[in-house]
Design a protein around this ligand. Structure first.
Ligand SMILES: [Zn+2]
Length: 128
C-alpha cells in the first residue's frame, strides 16, 4: 500500500458545506496511482488539482497546506440518521391513518454519515 497526496486549488469547495478547499490536501492510501484517483473521486469528487507521490512533492510544508480528512459524523455516529429526530406517529396525508415515521436524515452530515475535517498541521507551517 502506498500513499498519495492530492491538492486542491482556488475555487474548489466542499460541495456539502461550500467551504473553500484552497490550500488544502488529502491523503489517500492505495496500491496504484489509478486506484488512488478513483478513491479520491469517490471521497472528494472531481474538483481537485494535482496528484503527488509524496508530501514534499506536493509542497505540503513549503506552502503550509492543511490536511483534510473524512471522518464518521459525530452527530449520528456514521449512521446518516438522527434517531433523536424520529417523529411519533403522524396522520397519513390521504387516509388519516397514523403512520410511524422513522429517524430523519442527520442534519450534520446530510445523511452521508461522514464529515470533512481539517487536521492540525504536524509540521510548522503558515496558515492562510
Ligand atoms: Zn451525521
Amino acid at each position: 500500500m502506498r500513499e498519495f497526496i492530492f491538492t486542491f486549488g482556488f475555487g474548489q469547495t466542499n460541495p456539502d458545506t461550500g467551504r473553500s478547499r484552497a490550500s488544502r490536501f488529502a491523503r489517500i492510501q492505495a496500491e496504484e496511482a489509478i486506484d488512488a484517483r478513483l478513491l479520491m473521486i469517490e471521497q472528494y469528487g472531481r474538483a481537485w488539482a494535482f496528484q503527488y507521490d509524496t508530501e514534499a512533492e506536493a509542497g505540503v510544508a513549503e506552502f503550509g497546506l492543511i490536511e483534510l480528512a473524512r471522518v464518521p459524523c459525530p452527530t449520528c455516529d456514521g449512521t446518516g440518521t438522527d434517531s433523536s429526530r424520529a417523529n411519533d406517529a403522524v396522520p397519513d396525508f390521504l387516509t388519516g391513518e397514523p403512520v410511524q415515521r422513522g429517524p430523519e436524515q442527520c442534519g450534520s452530515c446530510g445523511g452521508g454519515g461522514v464529515i470533512e475535517v481539517e487536521l492540525e498541521a504536524t509540521t510548522q507551517s503558515k496558515r492562510d
